[in-house]
Write a protein that binds this ligand. Structure first.
Ligand SMILES: C[S@@+](CC[C@H](N)C(=O)[O-])C[C@H]1O[C@@H](n2cnc3c(N)ncnc32)[C@H](O)[C@@H]1O
Length: 261
């Protein structure tokens, strides 16, 4: 979250070749279970268009494509996309930034992001983009590392991140520094309730989450509203938040009347 998009892209370029292997190793074999739960939540249908943001090496995208849906994967790292294109020919992979998606408004039936939102510089901007490219009534699913609610699990998990993961990463990875960045982003990432609030603030309805592996990972969902009146009121609220407030000289504006950042 505190790295510029170019730095993030360079870092992922450097780990692309061994990314899937490291993923399985560091997740203790849990990664396929988290992917399975994500596919179930997205529930892709034949003929639907599904956007997989931060697609990386395409492992997540390929699991959505098995349903017969048309899947587009987008990622900021050319190195990760090279691996993705080599491994998965049935998915279209596009270079692009989650904060400025290279797609039209109302284009996808479902939008999903697995282990990527945490890496984006401004996650709230990315959520606004996800909302924009979804069709009315479209589904959002976010799979992300999270905060185990039980203190004892949390302590064990953070000890794993601090002591065990760096040892494994320096033994097996081509770029162990990338994994200290992983620890940092997981620790600084907001807990489940805060991410749910961000999703609601982006305009989504039916927002809910469920913990996987005792909250090490959380699966968040939301829907873009279908109803034209609700869509219009979300658009109006967002417009009011981005419009500069005209200030006439001598006017004092109470802080409560200012749009929230
Ligand atoms: C941990 S990997 C996850 C890859 C894949 N979704 C998976 O589940 O294996 C994170 C990915 O996010 C991508 N990424 C980071 N910032 C991004 C951004 N602003 N826009 C698009 N992709 C981004 C990285 O290049 C990397 O491929």
């Amino acid at each position: 979250m505190d790295k510029e998009p170019d730095e993030v892209a360079d870092m992922f370029d450097g780990v692309a070749k061994r990314y899937d292997f490291m993923n399985n190793l560091l997740s203790g074999g849990n990664a396929p279970l988290w992917r399975f739960a994500t596919v179930k939540a997205v529930d892709p249908q034949p003929g639907e268009r599904v956007l997989d943001i931060a697609a990386g090496t395409g492992t997540s995208s390929a699991s959505f494509a098995r349903s017969g849906a048309t899947v587009v994967g987008v990622d900021i790292s050319e190195g990760m996309l090279e691996e993705a294109r080599r491994k998965h020919q049935n998915v279209e992979f596009v270079l692009g930034d989650a904060e400025k998606l290279p797609f039209h408004t109302d284009e996808f039936d479902a939008v999903t992001i697995s282990f990527g939102l945490r890496n984006v510089n401004d996650p709230r901007k990315a959520l606004d983009e996800m909302y924009r490219v979804l069709k009315p009534g479209g589904r959002l699913v976010i799979c992300e590392f999270s905060r185990p609610p039980l203190a004892i699990t949390r302590a064990g998990y953070f000890a794993y991140l601090k002591y065990v993961m760096p040892t494994l990463a320096s033994a097996a990875s081509s770029n162990p520094e990338a994994y200290s960045y992983l620890e940092e982003t997981i620790k600084n990432w907001p807990e489940q309730g805060t991410l749910s609030q961000w999703i609601r603030a982006a305009g989504f309805t039916r927002v809910a989450y469920r913990n996987l592996t005792a909250g090490v990972v959380a699966l968040h969902r939301g829907r873009k509203p279908q109803d034209a009146t609700v869509l219009a009121s979300v658009a109006k609220r967002k417009d009011a938040m981005t419009r500069p407030v005209p200030i006439q000289s001598g006017t004092v504006i109470p802080a409560t009347d200012l749009p929230k950042p």
